[in-house]
Design a binder for this molecule. Structure first.
Ligand code: ZN
Length: 156
């Protein structure tokens, strides 16, 4: 395991859509473990592979220190319900906070590190966090959620 460097805005690799994983091998397991270590080291609650310059659909989430971090490979949202607006931060945008409108409840399908398909329903912070990280896999960042004024400010 290793602590990886986190790409910061405006790195162009944050704007790329990343690839699905076909085979979960030792390399993928090592990357995932390093992502968890990197997230915890930086006091983050979520991290997506493109943020550490890895072109793969991997997300790690830890919104509760008492529970083992969640690992989502190739996640797909299959159901969205309700709307909620919250202030979000991102390890790729240090000291930037943006109000973002998202779905309150989502149902997500993903694979775990054993290659097992999982499905669960997430709400509140977990739901918001998963949506934020899936955005990263599609090259969408907090920058895309900012107002025009905020975009101008961040570019200065
Ligand atoms: Zn982020």
């Amino acid at each position: 395991m290793a602590i990886l460097e986190i790409l910061k805005y405006p790195h162009t690799n944050l704007k790329k859509k990343v690839e699905k994983i076909n085979i979960i091998n030792n390399n993928i397991i090592n990357i995932t473990n390093s992502m968890i270590e990197t997230m915890i080291h930086n006091n983050g609650i979520g991290l997506a592979a493109p943020q550490v310059n890895i072109n793969k659909q991997i997300i790690v989430i830890s919104i509760n220190e008492k529970i083992k971090p969640l690992i989502l490979i190739n996640p797909i949202i299959i159901l969205k319900k309700g709307i909620t607006t919250n202030t979000e931060g991102c390890l790729s945008f240090p000291d930037v906070f943006v109000k973002v409108k998202r779905n309150k409840i989502i149902k997500v399908i993903f694979f775990d590190l054993n290659g097992k398909k999982n499905l669960f329903l997430a709400d509140n912070l977990l739901s918001i966090c998963i949506q934020h990280e899936i955005d990263h896999l599609n090259g969408i960042t907090l920058y895309d959620k900012m107002s025009t004024l905020k975009k101008k400010l961040i570019q200065k």
